[in-house]
Design a protein around this ligand. Structure first.
Ligand SMILES: N=c1c2ncn([C@@H]3O[C@H](COP(=O)(O)OP(=O)(O)OP(=O)(O)O)[C@@H](O)[C@H]3O)c2ncn1[C@@H]1O[C@H](COP(=O)(O)O)[C@@H](O)[C@H]1O
Length: 106
C-alpha cells in the first residue's frame, strides 16, 4: 500500500500552478480556467462511473486516480483548500457519532 496522500498531491498541484503551461499539464488546465478544469472533472467522473458499472477493477483504479487529481485541480482553481474539504468530512463524521465508535474500537 502506498503512503502517498491527497495532501501530497494537492501540494504538487499548488507548486505546479507556478510552472510554465508548456511543461505542466496542471498549469495548462489552471490557465484555461475553472470551467475547463470542471469539465475535465465531469469527464473523469463519467469514466469512473462506467468503470464501476462494468466492474473493471484496473480501470476503476485508474479512473479514480484521474478523478481525484482533477478534483484537486478544480479546488486549486477555485481557491478551496483540501483541508477545508477534510474538515467538512470530519465534521460530518463527528456529527454522526462514528468518530467516537472508531476510537472506542482502537
Ligand atoms: N495525477 C496527475 C494526473 N492524472 C492525469 N493527468 C493528466 O490528465 C490528462 C487528461 O487525460 P485525458 O486522457 O483526458 O487527456 P487529453 O484528452 O489529452 O487531455 P485534454 O486535452 O482533454 O485536457 C493527461 O494528460 C494526464 O497526463 C495527470 N497529470 C498530472 N498529475 C499529477 O500532477 C503532477 C504534476 O503534473 P504536471 O502539471 O504535468 O507537471 C504529476 O507529477 C502528477 O502527480
Amino acid at each position: 500500500m502506498s503512503d502517498f496522500t491527497l495532501d501530497d498531491l494537492a501540494a504538487i498541484i499548488a507548486r505546479r500552478a507556478e510552472a510554465s503551461a508548456e511543461t505542466s499539464y496542471t498549469k495548462s488546465l489552471l490557465t484555461a480556467g475553472p470551467a475547463r478544469a470542471a469539465k475535465k472533472l465531469g469527464e473523469e467522473a463519467v469514466e469512473t462511473v462506467i468503470a464501476a458499472i462494468e466492474g473493471d477493477h484496473a480501470a476503476l483504479v485508474s479512473e479514480s486516480a484521474d478523478l481525484l487529481y482533477h478534483l484537486l485541480v478544480v479546488l486549486q482553481a477555485r481557491g478551496v483548500a483540501l483541508g477545508e474539504v477534510l474538515a467538512e468530512l470530519e465534521r460530518r463524521t463527528r456529527q454522526s457519532g462514528h468518530e467516537e465508535k472508531a476510537s472506542r474500537k482502537a
